[in-house]
Design a protein around this ligand. Structure first.
Ligand code: GLC
Ligand code: MG
Length: 249
């Protein structure tokens, strides 16, 4: 067996099927010990909300952490985000200017303070109005020549982040740093903010059986042989996919 780079979303992907999570944690821990496989969590959560989940679900310590939808990368258990990555993101990012535009959109409700991060501004936006609000918002932000990206997930969460940031680009940063080929890298997800993980290159992809419509719709529009749609839900679907691709035997 050879090492691989394992990158997974947390909510409703790694977490959400307790029995399968225990089994997967054991499989991954053993693979890491024996072959040097690396484990990365890529989540929309801030450090505070990540730590809550880590404690609650007893998640194994990752080798790398991608938090706040890819805008923060933490390595080797460090408390401060990787400065190389922050430098890349800071070019052209203007949080105040973003806020001056979004305040004109009453449909946008600010998420809690813990989820507002140096390179991430987050709102709740209801599904029913999202289709009409998002294009207008995008247009207004473009007028200010803001180099940003809108990421809408789960029919409620809207993240505004620097253009060159998302889970996919953060994953690539780690993949290149650790020198894993894309064929030896597997990414797992269930919702909108995971599309970037699947879309950025040709890493192997596992879409869990409980995936949200926005991800399934994207997958149907851009099908690919290196992506596997699992039948089982959450960690159960991940285990299925790891065997399908031969990362586990
Ligand atoms: C997590 C974060 C939230 C974000 C969402 C989608 O729930 O806490 O801020 O909007 O992920 O990325
Ligand atoms: Mg998720």
């Amino acid at each position: 067996m050879k090492p691989f780079l394992f990158v997974t979303d947390l909510d409703h992907t790694l977490v959400g099927n307790d029995a399968a999570l225990v089994e997967l944690s054991q499989l991954l821990t053993r693979h890491r010990q024996e072959y040097g496989t690396k484990i990365v969590y890529a989540t929309g959560r801030s450090p505070i909300l990540y730590q809550e989940l880590q404690a609650e679900k007893n998640l194994i310590e990752p080798d790398g952490l991608v938090l706040s939808v890819g805008t923060e990368i933490y390595l080797d258990g460090s408390d401060s985000p990787n400065s190389g990555w922050s430098e890349i993101l800071s070019v052209g990012w203007d949080r105040e200017l973003v806020l001056s535009v979004t305040k004109n959109f009453p449909e946008l409700a600010m998420q809690p303070a813990s989820e507002q991060r140096p390179f991430k501004v987050s709102f709740f936006l209801h599904q029913e109005v999202a289709a009409s609000v998002l294009p207008k918002l995008k247009l207004e932000l473009q007028k200010c020549e803001l180099n940003i990206k809108l990421i809408y997930s789960s029919g409620i969460d809207l993240d505004i982040v620097p253009f060159n940031s998302d889970k996919g680009q953060a994953m690539q940063f780690l993949r290149q740093k650790w020198e894993f080929a894309s064929e030896r890298t597997v990414v797992c997800g269930d919702s909108g903010n995971d599309i970037a993980l699947f879309a950025v290159g040709n890493e192997r992809g596992i879409i869990v059986g409980n995936a949200r419509p926005e991800l399934l719709q994207w997958h149907n529009e851009y099908p690919a042989d290196h992506r596997y749609l699992a039948k089982d839900f959450c960690a159960g679907g991940i285990i299925e996919g790891l065997f399908y691709f031969g990362f586990l035997e």
